[in-house]
Ligand binder design. Sequence first.
Ligand code: AMP
Length: 287
Amino acid sequence: MTSWSRQLHREGVTIGFVPTMGALHNGHRALIRAARLQCDALVVSIFVNPTQFAPTEDLAKYPRPIAKDRALCRAEGVDICFEPTVKAMYPEGFDTVVTVPGIARRWEGEIRPHHFAGVATVVTKLFGIVRPDVAVFGQKDFQQAALVRRVIDDLSMGVKLIVHPTVREADGLAMSSRNVYLSATERSLAPVLYKSLLAGAQAIRGGIKDGKQISSIMRTIVEQQTKATVDYLVACDPETLEPWSGTVSRVVLLGAIRLGSVRLIDNLAVTVPKQPARAALTGRIQE
Ligand code: AMP
């Protein structure tokens, strides 16, 4: 992989990169298509990174439909499907950890304490191997994209980061490789997470500037409609990921819930209006 990318760089060919854990769906496909437009040669990595899973999480049962994934990559004109082994990525003696404590402190980082160190380390290593000019990540994992931006900037990696909007099912559920774990009943309830984010966005557009109130509006929707456990449903500053103070004009609503044994995450960016939207005040749904 490294000698191929070195050779391409010598020839002046630009490299685009989409890192994934496989079990590819239309969300990944959208990232691949966005990357395809930005570069001459396109690399997709498929690597279920063990260091970003806690021992209690789903590493062993994470879906690995590799033949299907390769077919999708081939159909989308991917030049290289990079599938390193765990041993090749983490040989004996591997000892480096990349941490981004500020970004990793809250939300996903609080619930999954070692997750983001695993992500930052593997992304740094993958960038070192693939040497991309452009990398595409999904907004679906908002905190992860913020973390990657920080790593690229702080370590002067010179990689252009593109964050692609979340791709959803027709009923609003964000596509995810883990959605296959949902039972039929859980699947029918799963769009409640996105619905709660829409309600939070509507409340902000209607003039509510209190993050706690927004949280409780979102939480009520999930709790009234399901027995899901709410890990967090919060309004944050999209730059710092700190709770929204009501002063900055951009907000991101971040949410994670557990439906049975399945954990769903999602988010929605909102622009705070200078004047509260009338439709939102009268309670009409805007999206
Ligand atoms: P994963 O295979 O889950 O590690 O995801 C690989 C990349 O695809 C990450 O940058 C994710 O944010 C992105 N991604 C996953 N699901 C979606 C989605 N529904 N829409 C857009 N991007 C996504």
